[in-house]
Ligand binder design. Structure first.
Ligand SMILES: C[S@@+](CC[C@H](N)C(=O)[O-])C[C@H]1O[C@@H](n2cnc3c(N)ncnc32)[C@H](O)[C@@H]1O
Length: 296
């Protein structure tokens, strides 16, 4: 078994990706927004098990290729085995993206939930840009975690009792100042792309809204709830008090803030069940721009 963190999160990744996007939204972007009509060479930074390749290759013109780069050897082995059953040209590169020296050789560089984990996301964005030919695109699909958490509604519960948006704002801001990682990077990427010289920058929001409906199909409700709760997610038990409180305090929370957060999460985990109505807009941002090295 690998000791690399993400190699042990394959189940989490596979269960939670469908919560973020509607398949027809990818179709809409490829056809109406990005207008991809010729085969493209796509490179996916922090590709995991190849989620974006699995979503995009069936929509891209025949002859398009997919290269996935990731540090997780088990993730890449999983991706290779998934794609071995499919009729696409793929290539997987194992390694730390932050040490890559890229020549422009791809038409599109893309990322999903990747830059948010980087300690210097602008430097990594530059590496993505360097990998793309003149006139190509960089597309980053990244979270705005505070908006995501504010996007929950649980019927019959005051949102302020389960999601303390103010505390989460402070927590994420402090994390970014402390270690550079930015869970809200989705909202900042248009600015970073502009500062790094990309042109024709646009940003959109995934149109997925989850609805857990106890009056609907019980299996669908159970699957959605289990996926939301996966790996300490929304509605999951916060676990033992002490490590939870210590963890938050090491991220700069006061003991009062940490206790309040614990109580919020505990309350939610006890409230939410197969009879709960829940709506949620995860609100992933799609930000994209064009590489323009040659001056007109
Ligand atoms: C949240 S996961 C997202 C995976 C995939 N993009 C998806 O959405 O399913 C973050 C991914 O980034 C990869 N990663 C993190 N830091 C990396 C680095 N420095 N170099 C290469 N991959 C990295 C992890 O191995 C993991 O697969």
């Amino acid at each position: 078994m690998s000791d690399y963190y993400w190699d042990n999160k394959i189940d989490y990744l596979r269960r939670t990706r469908p919560l973020h996007h509607n398949d027809d939204y990818f179709e809409f972007l490829v056809e109406k927004v990005w207008r991809i009509t010729e085969p493209v060479r796509l490179v996916d930074f922090g590709c995991g098990y190849g989620y974006l390749g699995l979503k995009l290759l069936p929509l891209l013109p025949e002859g398009s290729t997919y290269t996935g780069i990731d540090e997780g050897m088990e993730l890449l082995a999983h991706a290779s085995s998934l794609f071995s059953e499919l009729p696409y040209e793929t290539n997987f590169i194992a390694g730390d993206v932050t040490h890559l020296v890229c020549e422009p050789q791809y038409d599109i560089a893309i990322s999903h939930a990747f830059l948010m984990h980087m300690q210097d996301p602008q430097a990594t964005l530059q590496i993505m840009i360097d990998s793309v030919i003149d006139g190509g695109k960089v597309i980053c699909i990244e979270s705005n975690w505070v908006a995501c958490m504010a996007g929950y509604y649980v019927d019959g519960v005051d949102q302020s009792k389960i999601v303390d948006v103010g505390l989460l704002q402070k927590l994420f801001e402090r994390d970014t100042k402390r270690v550079g990682k930015d869970g809200n990077i989705g909202s900042k990427l248009p600015v970073y792309m502009s500062k790094l010289g990309l042109t024709q920058i646009e940003s959109r929001v995934s149109d997925k809204v989850l609805f857990l409906n106890p009056n609907g199909d019980a299996d669908v409700h159970a699957e959605m709830l289990a996926s939301m709760r996966t790996d300490g997610g929304f509605g999951a038990s916060p676990g033992d008090t002490e490590p939870f409180i210590k963890g938050l305090m090491s991220r700069g929370c006061t003991i009062e803030e940490a206790n309040r957060q614990y109580e919020n999460e505990l309350r939610l985990s006890q409230l939410i069940d197969s009879n709960s109505f829940v709506t949620h807009a995860p609100g992933m941002r799609f930000t994209f721009g064009t590489v323009q090295r040659s001056k007109i």
